[in-house]
Design a protein around this ligand. Sequence first.
Ligand code: IMP
Length: 199
Amino acid sequence: MKLLLASRNEGKIREIKTITEGRIEIISPLDLSLEVSILENGRSLKANAIKKALTYHKIAGMCTLGEDTGLEVDFLGGEPGVHSARYTNYGDVGNREKLLKKMGRGEERTARFRTVMALVLGEDWVEFFEGTIEGKIALEEKGNGGFGYDSIFIPAGYRETFAEMDEAEKNRISHRGKALKKVFGFLEREWEKLKDLCK
Ligand code: IMP
């Protein structure tokens, strides 16, 4: 089965390809040299996920998986949340710096990553999946792995940040890993209908 991934984020593409290896063939817009710019201005992760998936589905005519992820920080009332990608105009480095600065040394540091996935199988067939992981915001950046906010997020029950963790361990417990497990379950249940639709 083939799915087009509606994302140009290389960290995300790499992770999703690793998690789905041997189960689904993930094609990225980079593999197809598709240059599409999508304004992620939805008011929710779900709105952005469906916008990305429908846009690529229309262009490529393939079964398409869109996803949007946000880091929700309790001390900041759930921010940056749906605004995680554009928290500053300075990319991941600027975003992490701004977040650490706003948190200061405060003790309330609980947070979670939330991923919403939209699987578009046709113009009138869309399925949604969600995955979350609880954790806390570190006092400072640690680790060189991962991407985005990984170096400032410590999952609950761990001492190290996602960026210090073995990639396979992050994928086993992460928001994205959990959402993808639900996608796998769905694909297995609907296999008879999908095997010809998504080849
Ligand atoms: P988007 O889902 O591509 O819009 O990403 C939202 C923001 O969250 C971007 O700044 C990403 O780099 C960041 N992000 C997405 N997924 C993860 C993750 O698994 N770990 C850390 N940061 C992430």
